[in-house]
Write a protein that binds this ligand. Structure first.
Ligand code: AMP
Ligand code: GLY
Length: 426
């Protein structure tokens, strides 16, 4: 079958790399893709939110499966758009319906869903313009630290953790009255702070059955030792040593099962990946957030550890046959280290020539492109996050060292990466 993969980051490069190993894919298209995806398929210059353009392309090129990488088209309803059009309704769409994507698209929706299904999460209340004064009062009486969350999508920036009440009140006012996060932030979830170590759990569901994919931990802070501002992710590791079989059994019973049953009970149409951000508080998992897609850079460590044919498991997802699938996971450790542009996550330059990409590739290492662009025979930087270098090893330390070694051979002006990814487990 022909497949169209939507997106253009490290996550999509990894998916393209994996789909390329499948015997079931005739031709892969990636919209828009990047310099790294082009050896595995045809990059199509269509934007991820151009539903009409994507549909027309699928019809013309007899695409049978649409795999949606990023959250924005999902939250905007790409699944429903394809299902509701007579000429695209037959196309298998991997991703939830618009309503189910609210699990990521609205923090208030996700919190209410968890409350309805007794899924452990931090205590919270939601406020908007009409309940502004009650929100101020709630913050004044709230123990510190206080977590404020913009309700809608805010490109990973919508969560603010405040260590004093004055800051929390100011941020609340900025969000509701000054539209700090636009419409996304005019409804605010105020949440109890949970102190613990985070782990990202990935589930693939057909709406009825589910399979658990490898878990990962990502490193969001820009600086060594988890310091400085948040980024989209500076690296990731998988497996996560504390998420052993006993812990994952607790997660399955208390979180994954009630989530899938909740989707079913509420008739939320969901055939795709669920990324559950958990925080481990003294051995007990709590949900920090749901995402309706795979994570980036988590994908760069979890997808390579899956030994199954990805297209086979995605077809089973679309056809509600996931109960027939046995997931096989490699025992190896995978570590990805992200090379970013100088200045990221703040203002940064792009268009820098990348050298050292092809001549020094090591066995056990894959270089995934996160933000790159081909120009003639050169590969240029094209974003804040540029490359995700994934290595495999018998230990986390071995895999991390190999990625760092590989990055020493690669260069572009202003390049920066964290050498300590996975530090607490090495
Ligand atoms: P999110 O955008 O929902 O992924 O949140 C960003 C980050 O904020 C998470 O990865 C956590 O590190 C942190 N965070 C979110 N909610 C809480 C909470 N209730 N307690 C502690 N940390 C939190
Ligand atoms: N790495 C976090 C995310 O993809 O949202």
């Amino acid at each position: 079958m022909n497949i169209l993969l939507v997106g253009g980051g490290g996550r999509e490069h990894t998916l393209a790399w994996k789909i390329n190993k499948s015997t079931l894919c005739d031709h892969l298209f990636i919209a828009p893709g990047n310099a790294g995806t082009s050896p595995f398929g045809t990059n199509i210059p269509l934007a991820v939110n151009d539903f009409e353009g994507l549909a027309a392309f699928c019809i013309k090129n007899i695409v049978a499966m649409l795999i949606v990488g990023p959250e924005e088209p999902l939250v905007k309803g790409i699944y429903d758009y394809f299902k509701n059009r007579e000429d695209t309704a037959h196309i298998q769409v991997i991703g939830p319906s618009k309503e189910a994507a609210q699990l990521e698209g609205s923090k208030a929706f996700a919190k209410a869903f968890m409350e309805r299904h007794n899924i452990p999460t931090a205590a919270y209340k939601e406020f908007d313009t009409s309940t502004y004064d009650a929100g101020i009062q709630y913050i004044r009486n709230h123990p510190l630290p206080i977590v404020l969350k913009a309700d809608g999508l805010a490109a990973g920036k919508g969560v603010i953790i405040c260590n004093n009440h004055i800051e929390a009140l100011a941020e609340f006012q900025l969000m509701i009255q000054n539209s700090k996060f636009g419409e996304a932030g005019k409804r605010v979830v105020i949440e109890q702070f949970l102190d613990g170590i985070e782990v990202s759990v990935f589930v693939l569901t057909d709406g009825k059955n589910f399979v658990i994919l490898p878990e990962a931990k990502d490193y969001k802070k820009i600086g060594i030792g988890d310091t400085g501002p948040n980024t989209g992710g500076m690296g990731a590791v998988s497996p996560v040593p504390f998420a052993d079989a006993a812990y994952m059994e607790i997660v399955t019973q208390k979180i994954i099962k009630p989530t899938i049953e909740g989707l079913q009970k509420e008739s939320l149409d969901y055939k795709g990946f669920i990324f559950i951000g958990l925080i481990n508080v003294q051995g007990e998992p709590f949900v920090i957030e749901y995402n309706c897609r795979l994570g980036d850079p988590e994908t760069e460590v979890i997808i390579p550890r899956i030994e199954n044919d990805l297209v086979e498991i995605l077809s089973a997802t679309a056809e509600q046959r996931l109960n027939e699938i046995n997931i096989c996971i490699s025992k190896q450790y995978a570590v990805t280290v992200m090379a970013v542009s100088g200045g990221y996550p703040n203002e940064h330059e792009t268009g820098k020539v990348i050298t050292g990409l092809t001549d020094t590739v090591l066995e056990g290492t894959v270089i995934f492109h996160a933000g790159t662009k081909q120009q003639g025979d050169k590969v240029l930087t094209n974003g804040g996050r540029v490359l995700a270098v994934t290595s495999f090893g018998e230990s986390l330390a071995e895999a991390a060292e190999q990625s760092n070694y590989m990055l020493e051979q690669i260069h572009f002006d202003g390049m920066y990466y964290r050498e300590d990814i996975g530090f607490e487990f090495r």
